[in-house]
Design a protein around this ligand. Structure first.
Ligand code: UN1
Length: 507
């Protein structure tokens, strides 16, 4: 472990603050980075205090002034170099994600791959920040829009995607001409420090040390400073709906912009025509992957009543075979929950499910060993149960029988969140109904694949209490820029729009 940390530039007592240099003694509290698979402290990290924060803001504002003047394709070159550096460190950084966030090896590696994909995407994008040209209604006038850099962007990320979500935001923001202040989760400080070290190898020689500052801190301190800070036109927040509402209010109070990627209560519908083998594999990855701690995790499985019993039986069989344990072992499929309170919350949700009439079909217990390990759990439920409508960030899957597809779609939509959804069917009509305007109300709607594991090429995010933000691919970049509509008169007359006459008379 020590040699891994060494290779990633993490010292015995790492600082959690980088403005345009590492702050050797930040003013904030200390937090412990704990390996969730063992409970052992990996390192203690010092958080930012207000003085550190002010230095960070100055560095981010300074670097924005320089960065915004570089042509976007040149900005893209820097992100290309970042992608190359991440390729070199993929194995190590992915292993650190495993160590600190408890993700299994292949998911830890996958997260770094997601960063690399984002870099590639952003490099291409740096030549495609298109504005539109519209026909003007006036003679000898040109009407068009253009996109300008926005300013320093605040990025607040969660423990469950400790590095990829930074890359979603930072890669786009950077090619758009913004600097990025990062407040990672205090549960995963070391992965953030490692990313900072990798980025610094590119930024410092280019004279751009303040472009991606790191500001480790809690929500009450750094989180709320970022939200209230008028120098930051955009705050991107990934986390719970509850905290997201506070962020939205606080940023809106100063009429700033927020980009929210909050909770999900994602469902899969399995119809009688479904390829059940396919559905089974997709369901297990979506429900058990990352130990149920993705915002896209499958939480509700709505299965046609004619097949729910045999399908459940097969599912229980697969759940029995899931290898739970040290996430660093190559054959482990499910690692630990991030902390003890998550285990307690899971057990609490299961007790409530039972009291509301749910029946635990498999799992339901904490494992008797060090670390925050639980069994992945299947609960037979029905759509009327209140707990089913809540997002518990743990591997609980509620199985709900349905009779009519309309009813299944209505249940799928009948939750506060609207992130991800899927249907398994071999019938075109069912698939298209699910994707139609009267179908899924989520930001993501899939056919014959699960709810999690989206590619970066599409816009990622969801509706309702998921917050409405879109990150990563497609035109998500527009959130990181300001739009300017321009009209140029190249004639000698001054015709007014809407045909308005404003005749000043003879003079
Ligand atoms: C999250 O859990 O915050 O689609 C993001 C997925 C991942 C992203 C999840 N690519 O599951």
């Amino acid at each position: 472990m020590d040699s891994l940390l060494n290779r990633l530039g993490i010292s015995d007592r790492p600082s959690g603050v980088y403005s345009d240099h590492w702050h050797p003694q930040p003013e904030g509290a200390e937090v412990e980075s704990i390996n969730p698979a063992t409970g052992a402290v990996i390192r203690s990290v010092t958080l930012a205090g207000r003085g550190d924060y002010e230095q960070i803001l100055s560095a981010a504002c300074r670097s924005f002034q320089i960065w915004r003047n570089l042509p976007a394709p040149r900005r893209g070159q820097l992100i290309r170099e970042l992608g190359a550096a991440l390729r070199l460190h993929k194995r190590d950084l992915g292993m650190l994600v495993t160590l600190e966030a408890g993700k299994i090896v292949s998911e830890g590696q996958g997260e770094v791959q997601e960063m690399i994909d984002m870099c590639d995407f952003a490099v291409g994008l740096s030549r495609q920040l298109y504005g539109l040209t519209m026909p003007s209604e006036r003679p000898d006038h040109r009407l068009f829009e253009q996109w300008h850099p926005l300013g320093p962007v605040g990025v607040i990320t969660a423990f469950n995607f400790p590095v990829a979500v930074w890359a979603w935001n930072a890669c786009l923001a950077a090619v758009c001409g913004d600097s990025v202040i990062w407040k990672p989760s205090p549960l995963t400080p070391l992965t953030a420090i490692a990313v900072q070290n990798i980025a610094n190898r590119i930024l410092e020689p280019a004279g751009l040390a303040g472009l991606f500052p790191l500001c480790l801190g809690t929500g009450d301190t750094v989180g709320s400073w970022l939200c209230q800070d008028r120098r930051i036109p955009l705050v991107s927040f990934t986390g719970s709906c509850q905290v997201g509402k506070l962020v939205a209010r606080s940023v809106a109070d100063r009429l700033g912009r927020s980009l929210l990627e909050l909770g999900g209560n994602n469902a899969v519908i399995v119809t009688p025509s479904a390829d059940q083998e396919l559905a089974l594999r997709a369901v297990v990855f979506a429900a058990v992957g990352t130990a149920g701690q993705r915002c896209t995790t499958l939480r509700r499985l709505i299965v046609h009543e004619s097949i729910i019993d045999p399908f459940t039986e097969r599912l229980v069989g697969v759940y029995r075979s899931i290898r739970i344990g040290d996430p660093a072992h190559d054959d482990t499929l499910m690692g630990p929950l991030i902390r003890l309170s998550a285990v307690e919350r899971m057990l609490g949700a299961l007790a409530r499910a039972e009291s509301e009439g749910g029946r635990i079909l498999y799992g339901g217990r904490r494992l008797e060993r060090a670390g925050n390990f639980v069994e992945p759990t299947l609960v037979r439920a029905d759509a009327s149960m209140a707990i089913v409508r809540e997002e518990t960030f743990a591997p609980i899957l509620y199985l709900i029988p349905y009779r009519e597809l309309d009813e299944a779609i209505a249940w799928q939509n009948d939750v506060d969140q609207g992130l991800s959804s899927a249907i398994f069917t071999e019938r075109l009509r069912e698939a298209e109904q699910f994707l139609s305007a009267r179908g899924s109300d989520c930001g993501i709607a899939n056919v014959n694949i699960g709810t999690s594991g989206a590619e970066i090429g599409g816009a990622f995010g969801g509706e309702k209490e998921t917050g409405g933000g879109r990150e990563a691919g497609s035109d998500a970049w527009k959130a990181y820029m300001r739009r300017q509509t321009c009209t140029v008169n190249f004639g000698t007359q001054l015709p007014l729009a809407q045909g308005i006459k404003f005749d000043l008379g003879g003079g």
